[in-house]
Ligand binder design. Structure first.
Ligand SMILES: [Ca+2]
Ligand SMILES: [Ca+2]
Ligand SMILES: [Zn+2]
Length: 319
């Protein structure tokens, strides 16, 4: 995927202004997520990958039913190869006190524990490699994204960089970027050329008071990280875009949902003419942290497919 400067500027605006993603937020609450919408090309690629994952799952289910062996859920999980993701944490603070955003290491370890719990049923785990602390009043409020990322980003495209400023523009809780075919990225192939460097931008930015023990209730159990990392693995929101008749999230085992669910609206059915109740417990919806508990089987399979396709098969190694 080649991003033009214009497309990326639009995406960046979406992430940091009153973009489409922010629409529908409850009055007085924060904007849960600023991850830019997928481009048409991304939608096409992700749809293809999701179909492949679905076919694979259906074949496994059929085989499990034939042999009468282990349960379908178990078979789905057994087929996934355990993956451990390296994490580089970057704390962006105003000073060296906790109230300046200078997080205690224990709080970061607790966030990693939440991630390992939330992703364990997907056979995905995380290992903390390093924590960097930077005192910078611009970066501490989430401004100058390209600046802090080009200074701080570590590891390869397989590795996850987490940035923790104190706050973010426009009351966003966090944002991420979907994985792309890095080998087709303009700036990757031609470091002196124009275009956005998707390798550098890759990663997840989250306001640090959403971490476990943070002050941003009801979003302070660390699930903003889980949600944004879901995007980093290629998942879209359960409500996708386009409402009940839209493309949805391209994941066939999550019911079509008209709009984000807030709070914990168990039993919500925003598309009554479409099968199933809204997946309000799904990590890729907008419910409160204590309401978010699960990924669907196909989401789990899809995260593995997307990681293998986009992140593990990168052509060449970024310096
Ligand atoms: Ca769906
Ligand atoms: Ca429905
Ligand atoms: Zn999101």
């Amino acid at each position: 995927m080649i991003f033009s400067k214009v497309a990326l500027a639009a995406a960046a605006m979406m992430a940091s202004s009153t973009g489409v993603v922010a629409k529908g937020t409850q009055p007085g609450s924060s904007n849960r997520c600023g991850t830019p919408h997928m481009t048409p090309e991304q939608v096409h690629n992700y749809n293809t990958l999701a179909s492949q994952s679905m076919n694979k799952l259906n074949a496994l289910k059929a085989n499990a039913q034939k042999t009468g062996g282990s349960s379908i859920q178990k078979v789905e999980i057994e087929d996934l190869q355990e993956k451990e993701i390296k994490i580089y944490v970057h704390v962006l603070a105003n000073g060296t006190k906790v109230e300046d955003g200078y997080l205690e290491e224990s709080q970061i370890h607790e966030q990693i524990s939440v991630l390992n719990a939330d992703f364990s049923s997907a056979k995905l785990s995380f290992r903390l490699q390093n924590i960097s602390y930077t005192i910078n009043s611009t970066w501490a409020v989430g401004d100058d994204e390209e600046g802090f990322k080009s200074h701080l980003r570590k590891g390869e495209y397989t590795d996850l960089n987490l940035y923790f400023p104190i706050t973010l523009p426009d009351s966003l809780l966090g944002y991420a970027y979907f994985p792309v075919f890095l080998s087709q990225d303009q700036a990757f192939n031609n470091p002196d050329g124009t275009g956005q460097d998707m390798f550098t931008l890759d990663g997840v930015v989250i306001r640090s008071d959403t971490l476990p023990f943070g002050t941003f209730a009801p979003f302070n159990l660390g699930r903003t990280a889980t949600h944004e990392i879901g995007h980093w693995f290629g998942l879209d929101h359960t409500f996708g875009s386009g409402g009940c008749e839209g493309k949805g999230d391209m994941i066939s085992d999550t019911p079509v949902e008209a709009s984000p669910a807030y709070g914990c609206q168990v039993g919500r059915d925003s598309c009554p003419n479409q099968e199933g109740l809204d997946a309000v417990h799904n990590f890729m919806d907008y419910s409160d942290d204590d309401c978010l508990t699960e990924f669907s089987p196909l989401q789990k399979a899809y995260m593995h497919s997307a990681y293998e396709t986009y992140r593990q098969n990168v052509y060449g190694v970024k310096k």
